[in-house]
Ligand binder design. Structure first.
Ligand code: XMP
Length: 514
């Protein structure tokens, strides 16, 4: 493992991903972890990330000198670079020598371990206040900028390396190469980590964890739960039962996709609960978005628990495990840590006995989203599942502005299917993050179709581009595609006589309308 020491910026996850792109397994640890604990994990190398502080700020995170004396190769980036410099006796000045953004870097030692084979002038991404003016003893300065005399240094003998910039961001043109030079040349690591290894390793671990007991997995139709279920089913076969709650708020073809494609690809035992009537009854007459969300969440838990109870009562070994599609970013954001948590399933509303405890099986805990998709592909799941765009748990229930009825859902399903079909036909699926299609059920406008006046509902198209759904911009879709979608929806979906495009970014608008 390569450890990425997180100094509290948003960069650590990106670094860990880049290391894995170099086919070397990496994990993130907090900078507060004692060095002895880091070393106890036998890392092949350690990377010190950037961070928000100045090394001179009060309470700025530091690192114990023993880290650099353990014989483990270390690569410091930005704040990590400055920590390395000050800890080992170099000089970092708080002299206002700031650099932000794209900066030209002059490589002064072209044949160095990090810069071998890269140009002497290269563009890098900087983001710092203080600057290093003298490297520690025994280090060679390998690059500088107009502002910073020491922008990179190396000590090949001790296997210690550092750069002032952020090699992990896309704007550092040779960043990935420099990182790979550290891993392969500096630390002597072979690039052998692949999703194939992950699949094999996880299958063995799951078998060991579950033994001959049984497990349950809730399928949402999304990528994560589908891949987690497929992996567990490959490991323990019929000891796993998947539960899919059809709340009647899914898009056209989605339930069938889970029922047919997922089962065909994995051979998993699937229990589909048809709960459409129950959900629609509970939602009748409700138009407040928060209330809708609460009702859907509550009913979901009830139905899921009922299904669990039925499985528990079936003959067979103890049902001791619950499979979840937790991803690595969730793990890091909730404070990291390994080992399996023990949770009690919600039993406050439904019918599960108080003493039922499930142990979690979370085979995707180590993976980033794009890696999960690769594992899904590896397991033979169809493209439509693996490349699926995000879709909210409450489904179309929060894409109808107004109260939710079966008729309105059917109408929205048709409009949504047309939009998806045309976006796919235009090859735009990978360019957009997702495209909610919203029915303004409480709004009517006048139109003319054939010879007659119509008084119908508008449909809103909300195509967005985003990296993580926290912020988003509206996608500039080609006019021809928009025209096709508009024409088809107004022609093919009765009651819709107008299609409008949402041109709001997030913030201020959220991606969904409710
Ligand atoms: P907003 O509307 O908050 O959405 O900009 C951000 C992202 O989250 C999705 N979303 C949900 N996903 N359960 C989910 O699983 C929910 O209740 C939910 N609400 C919004 C939304 O589709 C977008 O990708």
């Amino acid at each position: 493992v390569v450890l990425v020491v997180d100094f509290g910026a948003q960069y650590a996850q990106l670094i860990a991903r880049r290391v894995r792109e170099a086919r070397v397994y990496s994990e993130i640890v907090p900078s507060t972890m004692p060095v002895a604990e880091m070393l106890a994990r036998n890392p092949r190398a350690i990377i010190l990330s950037g961070g928000p502080s100045s090394v001179y700020a009060e309470g700025a995170p530091s690192i114990d000198r023993s880290l650099f004396e353990a014989g483990v190769p270390v690569f410091g980036m930005c704040y990590g670079f400055q920590i390395m410099a000050t800890t080992l006796g170099g000089t970092v000045d708080d002299n206002g020598a700031r650099e932000y953004g794209r900066t030209p870097l002059a490589v002064s030692k072209a044949g160095s371990t990090l810069f071998e084979g890269t140009p002497t002038e290269q563009s890098v991404w900087m983001s710092h206040g203080d600057a290093c003016s003298a490297a520690p003893e025994g280090f060679t300065v390998t690059a500088s900028t107009d502002v910073v005399p020491v922008a990179a240094f190396e000590n090949d003998e001790k296997k210690l390396y550092g750069v002032q910039y952020h090699p992990e961001v896309m704007h550092s043109t040779y960043g990935q190469q420099v990182l790979e030079h550290f891993l392969y040349r500096g630390a002597g690591i072979e690039p052998t980590w692949t999703t194939t290894n992950v699949v094999e390793e996880q299958i063995a671990l799951i078998r060991e964890q579950v033994g001959d007991k049984r497990a349950i997995c809730g399928l949402s139709g999304g990528v994560d739960s589908a891949v987690a279920a497929a992996l567990v089913q490959k490991a323990i076969g019929s000891q796993l039962t998947c539960v899919y709650v059809d709340h009647g708020l899914m898009r056209k073809g989605e339930t069938e996709q889970v029922e047919k494609d997922f089962v065909a690809a994995t051979g998993a035992k699937l229990k589909v609960v048809d709960a459409e009537k129950r959900f629609l009854d509970a939602l009748a007459g409700v138009s407040d978005p928060e209330q809708k969300r609460k009702i859907i969440g509550r009913e979901f838990i009830r139905v899921f628990e009922q299904a669990q109870l039925e499985i528990l009562q079936e003959d067979g070994p103890e049902v001791a495990f619950l499979v979840q599609g937790t991803l690595y970013p969730d793990v890091v954001e909730s404070g990291g840590g390994t080992g399996t948590a023990n949770i009690k399933s919600h039993h406050n509303v439904g019918g599960l006995p108080d003493d039922i405890e499930f142990q979690l099986v979370e085979p995707l805990r180590q993976l980033f989203k794009d890696e999960v998709r690769m594992v899904g592909q590896e397991l033979g799941l169809p493209e439509e599942i693996v490349q699926r765009q995000p879709f909210p748990g409450p489904g179309l229930g929060i894409r109808i502005v107004g109260d939710v009825t079966k008729e309105r859902l059917d109408l929205l399903r048709e409009a949504d299917a047309i939009a998806r079909e045309e976006l796919t036909a235009a090859g735009l699926d990978r360019d957009i993050w997702q495209c909610p299609v919203v029915l303004l059920a409480d709004v009517r406008s006048v139109g003319v179709q054939g010879d007659g006046r119509t008084y119908g509902h508008p449909i809103v198209l909300r195509p967005v581009s985003s990296e993580d759904a926290m912020t988003a911009d509206w996608s500039r879709l080609p006019y021809e595609t928009l025209a096709k979608i508009s024409t088809r929806i107004t022609n093919e979906v009765a009651e819709v006589n107008r299609v409008v495009l949402d041109v709001t970014s997030k913030p201020p608008g959220t991606i969904e309308w409710e």
